[in-house]
Design a protein around this ligand. Structure first.
Ligand code: NAP
Length: 490
């Protein structure tokens, strides 16, 4: 049921971040159209991204912008440039993480008149991407001068939130199927946690069918038969990649909006980046940003106005008189501003062939503030993985590591190199680098190894002249090992 947002209500404060590159053009288009719907918004302009990095603020987000978002809790944001390689972190990721916008909702829908190989197949799906965990937690180290690692952090709490959000999106939009796309076959604990959580929560939504799919097959199926999908919930990096793919199915990044949803703050932005080569040229497609504005209007309860704006966009596509360069080519294309003006002129019109979806309000999952959400009744430390930097080959390193463990509570179980067992010698041909994971298990059959025993083992390694840089306790929770085996480990 549509509700109208009265213009007599007090203006709603929204932080407006124009962003970098093409950002100011697309944000201006969205803002003009939102204002034209009559929803009273008090825009607070704030800045982040390239201009802020240039001022020497390493996060790319100044305090004034953080203060504005803390006040308004709503953001309409243009894309922000990210320095590549070394140095500063992405200001986008910083914003998403600082305000715990744990869910990234990325809908794509076939648009009339946009030529794609899939035209006529009725693509209409939503990727619900976990937005703050996974490899994008940004915990990276050079463990040796030549070996880098990035920690993939996935929590039960994060999985519960994103899975529930995905089912709530399906429920609010009357969708009947949710796929959970993971790489649980390889990463049993991290990706597997999302799969297990999905399977446990799915029965709470009996009217929606739930299916797990391996993420690489999901990519394959999306290209072959995208119309079979309705909602896909997935981890952060998978979702980043899959949602660029899904945007291409309906015409490209110019058409893909997104909402970053948290319990407190919501940030609305196009999926695309700052496309610097097009900045200021009045050639890019503002649709993704305008549809992000539609998502924002729905979020604040302005359903009728959201439908009015979405219908004007759909009508403009059906009419086909105004088409930007990305889908019309250079001949006969119109500029960003003229395209926006055309939508403005179509406010109040209803598309003939592209019916609006009936929606109810999105119910955000109730999120727990408990820190230790999963509590085992029994736990013990059964061993330790020590990461050692050494230029030695396994046949020289192995005996030294064994010698280091003599007289300690531990015995060497194996050494792996990039995840594959290399000691005891296997006769295989693993190419070895200078980061070795040495796995020690307690000699005690009923172990709970203490820190003094760990320190004794580390001293043993040091006495052998071995440099260690990282240790990981091998734990068992309620009798179940909380660590995986190496490739080739018994
Ligand atoms: P991009 O800016 O999204 O642009 C990639 C290509 O997508 C463009 O060259 C263009 O394709 C097409 N495109 C993007 N937006 C379009 C639009 N509105 N209308 C028409 N075509 C559009 O990706 P990128 O070049 O990889 O990234 C540039 C910068 O943006 C980087 O600094 C990156 O870190 C940042 N970024 C920011 C965000 C964000 O703020 N959320 C997201 C992604 C990337 P053609 O060349 O084929 O015309």
């Amino acid at each position: 049921m549509n509700t109208s947002h009265s213009t007599k209500t007090a203006p709603i404060p929204v932080t407006l971040i124009p962003g970098d590159g093409i950002g100011p053009e697309v944000v201006d288009a969205a803002r003009r159209l939102i204002d034209a719907t009559g929803v009273p918004i008090a825009w607070e302009e704030a800045h982040a991204g390239a201009s802020i990095f240039r001022k020497g603020i390493a996060s790319g987000v100044p305090q004034e912008t953080l203060d504005s978002i803390s006040r308004t809790r709503l953001v309409l944001k243009g894309p922000l440039e990210t320095p590549v390689g070394f140095g500063e972190k992405s200001a986008n990721v910083t914003l998403r993480k600082l305000f715990e916008t744990y869910g990234n909702i990325r809908p794509v829908r076939e648009l009339p008149g946009v030529p794609t190989p899939y035209a006529g197949r009725g693509i209409d799906l939503v990727v619900v991407r976990e937005n703050v965990e996974d490899l994008y937690a940004g915990i990276e180290h050079m463990q040796t001068p030549g070996v880098a690692q990035c920690l993939k952090i996935i929590s039960r709490k994060g999985c519960e939130k994103i899975v529930r959000l995905a089912f709530e999106v399906a429920r609010a939009e009357g969708r009947k199927m949710v796929h959970c796309a993971t790489k649980a076959n390889i990463m049993k604990f991290t990706e597997g946690l999302l799969k297990r959580t999905f399977e446990e929560i799915a029965p709470e939504y009996p009217e929606i069918s739930a299916q797990h799919i391996i993420v690489d097959n999901c990519a394959h199926q999306l290209v072959r038969r995208p119309e079979q999908f309705s909602v896909i919930v997935t981890t952060n990096m998978n979702g980043d990649i899959l949602s660029d793919l899904t945007s291409a199915l309906v015409g490209g990044l110019g058409f893909a909006p997104s909402a970053n949803i948290g319990s407190e703050v919501a940030i609305f932005e196009a999926v695309h980046g700052s496309a610097p080569k097009y900045a200021g040229k009045d050639v890019i497609n503002p649709t993704a940003m305008i549809l992000s504005g539609v998502l924002m209007l729905r979020h604040i309860g302005a359903h009728a106005e959201a439908d009015t704006l979405e219908n004007a966009v759909l009508f403009t596509f059906e009419e086909g008189r105004h088409r930007t360069r990305d889908f019309a080519g250079d001949a006969g294309s119109c500029g960003t501003r003229a395209f926006t003006d055309a939508i403005l002129g179509n406010l109040g019109k209803t598309p003939q062939h592209t019916p609006a979806r009936t929606r109810s309000k999105l119910v955000l999952p109730v999120t727990s503030t408990v820190v230790d959400m999963v509590r085992p009744t029994q736990r013990e430390v059964v061993g330790i993985d020590v990461f050692v930097e050494s230029p030695l080959q396994p046949e020289q390193l192995g005996p030294k590591v064994q010698a280091a463990a003599e007289g300690t509570a531990f015995g060497l179980k194996m050494i792996s190199n990039r995840g594959t067992v290399v000691f005891p010698l296997t006769g295989t041909r693993t190419d070895v680098v200078d980061q070795h994971r040495c796995r020690f298990l307690s000699r005690n059959p009923a172990p709970d190894v203490g820190n003094d025993e760990v320190r004794a083992l580390l001293s043993g390694l040091e006495q052998q002249g071995l440099r260690w840089m990282h240790i990981e306790k091998l734990q068992a929770f309620d009798g179940r090992p909380a660590f995986t085996k190496a490739q080739g480990e018994d």
